[in-house]
Design a protein around this ligand. Sequence first.
Ligand SMILES: [Ca+2]
Ligand SMILES: [Ca+2]
Length: 385
Amino acid sequence: MRTRTRWLTATAAAAVMTLALAIHAGSAGAESNGGVRVMPLGDSITEGTQVPGGYRIGLWQRCTGNGYRVDFVGSQFNGPSSLGDHDHEGHPGWRIDQIDANVVGWLNTYQPHTVLLHIGTNDVLQNFNLSTAPSRLSTLIDHITNTVPTAEVFVAQITPLSNTSQDAAARTFNSAIPGIVQSKVNAGKHVHLVDMHSALTAADLTDGIHPTATGYDKMAATWFTALRSVAGSIGNPTTSSDLLANGNIEAGTSGWSIFGGGGLAANTAVVHGGANSLLRTGRTASWNGPSEDLTSKVTNGKSYTTSVWMRTQTGTPTGKVSVAITANGTTNYVVLAQGPVNSSGWTLLTGTATVSWMGTLSSARFYVETTSGTDNFYIDDASMQ
Ligand SMILES: [Ca+2]
Ligand SMILES: [Ca+2]
């Protein structure tokens, strides 16, 4: 009887776990923009231990900032709001064999077009049959390419470790990876080598194992370069006639600069669309604003339609969007859009205007200001095309 009770309890617990897994798997796919499915696959360095989201933050921002539409996939979910897609398959503490025991199921569920594999660090840290770690990695890669044969599989040489003997073991493991990848390529598999060890140094580690925010961003840059070198791995960037770079602020402050005094920051608390807006603070004159340099982008005599969503922190000034055109030593200001704005909601400033000049253009600066006062304000979803 006692045995039977225990068995029933165990069965109930198993049922709860199954239900929990089903719910988790069902909700994980909810965060999707319909883009190219990319599975970040590995251990805590994929999960982003020490810096939640890890390299996926900088990779997401590079993809969206350059017009690529990607959908990170996996059963796990974490990271800040600046990471627009929190899905991943990073499992803290896991070794190659543990990923291998589960990978076929994950691949069948999420059907990635691209896999970013960074694994082996825990094999090194646990000194777990290191002499056969390369063959375990080779087997894992085979299980991936057999399950999703058309997927592009990027295999990283693992990041450095601060402990000298552990880093030596990591280097020995890494040294076997190019040959493994080449053997897969020779067999017609879509497998690509990524040197993540050279991308970072021990100075980029926060605890001797996991990267700092700067280190994770170096990983992001290295993944992004590798992805762009393989056609179609993250789709094709959308070509836009928009003169503004990062008008939706989803790549942080990239592309934007401070015109006048004060500061500029990506803001996640008050947004019009996506995860970020741009917050302009500390203005010392009404003309102070966020700006973009359009000198190499504007066409003389062309009519542009401009849209900017604007909102103040406090105050009800008149918002104004202009381009300052300097040619032959003379600066002219073309008003692109203008209207009253407030702090209780977002206002769309939109208009169509022709931008032209006489002589040689030396500067064209797009900026957003107020006609009076120095209220702090947000902008988001800006375009000029
Ligand atoms: Ca997703
Ligand atoms: Ca936005």
